[in-house]
Design a protein around this ligand. Structure first.
Ligand code: SF4
Ligand code: SF4
Length: 391
């Protein structure tokens, strides 16, 4: 049965709890964005028609999301993404925080992460984000000449670098911790050092590199990323970061996640987990998919406006083959970096059934793991390693 947005919340039956912790990434304005990046993963024809999330959807979602997490959950994270999620407006997020406070049990910490292009940040936004400890990700591709080539304003005429930089300066002024998210594709594969050094000049401390997803506009504009280029880019970053002795000072997530996974056997990301399927996404009109990169009918698992408990949707999602089988491909079983790769993202599987970035992952992981291999992959090993490198 479907409910209308204006139905009383009492029409929702009490949610049962999921067997594992899960995330549902939220897209409060769907594909709505104030920029027009050439490699946006939304198809271009969706871009001019943002459909904002109806505010009344927030309460059923927040109540169910909190109540459906396993009883042992100590922290529940809300992830806001777009399009450009700041387009939902400050009042929308104020309402979200009120509802989180209303429904969160006392022993549970609520956290919020928001991925933005940074161009709409103002002092009022920053005061709010600081007050509620939002974890911010800003999309920036490197120096102006690189960034402005691909990340353009809505008319597709002017680069957005200056506006992003203004946003970054505000975050720094308000002492808000943020990380930079950079998309890597073939055209920038030789510029790892230039890009990295630019971030250092800006005073950035947390950086994450993400391989291009060949979907949406990126596919239409024929952007590509080959495995050797992905491997070269990440390896160049690693060698440069190491030569600069930035360990412990500049946090490159791609490198730190390898360290952490090598010693703890736990991945910090879905991409390098043994299985995936617990990172769902809710689009602005309430449709829930098993993953942001599996937006298709086989991975559409429900709608928040139906009365199916979220715990049941999570169960359906984790049973789907894409997540169950991600690390079981034959070539991965004898691979010497499997412990930290686990087959990569199923959205990168090519028509031959192989991960398109496989060789690149291998090169990077093999290089980062080489000095680690003399340590046991255990807590004892991490202590020895830290003592020796003074970290
Ligand atoms: S398909 Fe890829 S992005 Fe989606 S949950 Fe799995 S690993 Fe993560
Ligand atoms: S590097 Fe390639 S073969 Fe090795 S685990 Fe990753 S995807 Fe599998």
């Amino acid at each position: 049965m479907k409910i209308a947005f204006y139905d009383s919340l009492s029409s929702f039956s009490p949610p049962t709890r999921a067997v594992v912790p899960f995330h549902i990434l939220l897209k409060p304005v769907g594909a709505g964005c104030n920029l027009k990046c050439d490699y946006c993963y939304y198809p271009e024809d969706q871009l001019p028609r943002p459909k904002p999330m109806i505010k009344e959807m927030l309460e059923p979602f927040i109540r169910n999301y909190i109540a459906s997490q396993p009883t042992y959950s100590k922290e529940i994270n809300f992830v806001w993404q777009g399009g450009e999620p700041l387009l939902a407006g400050l009042d929308f997020y104020k309402k979200a925080i009120d509802l989180q406070q209303k429904y969160a049990p006392k022993h549970v910490k609520i956290s919020n992460s928001l991925q933005t292009n940074g161009t709409l940040l103002t002092p009022a936004w920053c005061r709010f984000l600081k007050q509620h400890n939002f974890i911010i990700g800003v999309s920036l591709d490197g120096p102006k000449e690189i960034h402005d080539r691909y990340r353009l304003d809505k008319k597709g005429q002017q680069g957005s670098y200056n506006a992003v930089l203004k946003g970054i300066r505000l975050l720094q002024e308000f002492d808000i911790e943020f990380n930079i998210l950079t998309v890597v594709h073939d055209a920038v594969a030789n510029q790892a050092q230039t890009i990295y050094e630019h971030f250092i000049q800006l005073g950035v401390k947390f950086i994450q590199f993400q391989p291009l997803m060949t979907e949406g506009s990126a596919l239409e504009h024929q952007f590509t990323l080959t495995a050797p280029n992905w491997g070269k880019f990440l390896t160049d970053i690693y060698l440069h970061w190491k030569s600069q002795r930035h360990v412990g000072n500049v946090h490159v997530m791609n490198i730190e996640h390898v360290y952490s996974q090598y010693f703890t056997h736990v991945s910090q990301t879905c991409v390098h987990s043994e299985r995936c399927g617990t990172n769902l996404v809710m689009e602005a009109q309430g449709q829930i998919f098993a993953c942001d990169h599996q937006i298709n009918s086989s991975h559409h698992i429900g709608n928040i406006l139906e009365q199916t408990p979220l715990s049941e949707l999570v169960l359906n999602s984790i049973e789907l083959p894409f997540g169950q089988n991600k690390s079981t491909r034959r070539e991965c079983q004898s691979c010497t970096v499997k412990a930290v790769c686990q087959g990569g993202c199923p959205a990168h599987i090519n028509s031959m059934g192989k991960n398109k970035l496989c060789e690149g992952y291998f090169q990077f992981f093999n290089t980062v793991m080489a000095p680690l291999r003399k340590y046991e992959s255990s807590m004892r090993g991490v202590q020895q390693w830290r003592q020796e490198i003074g970290f």
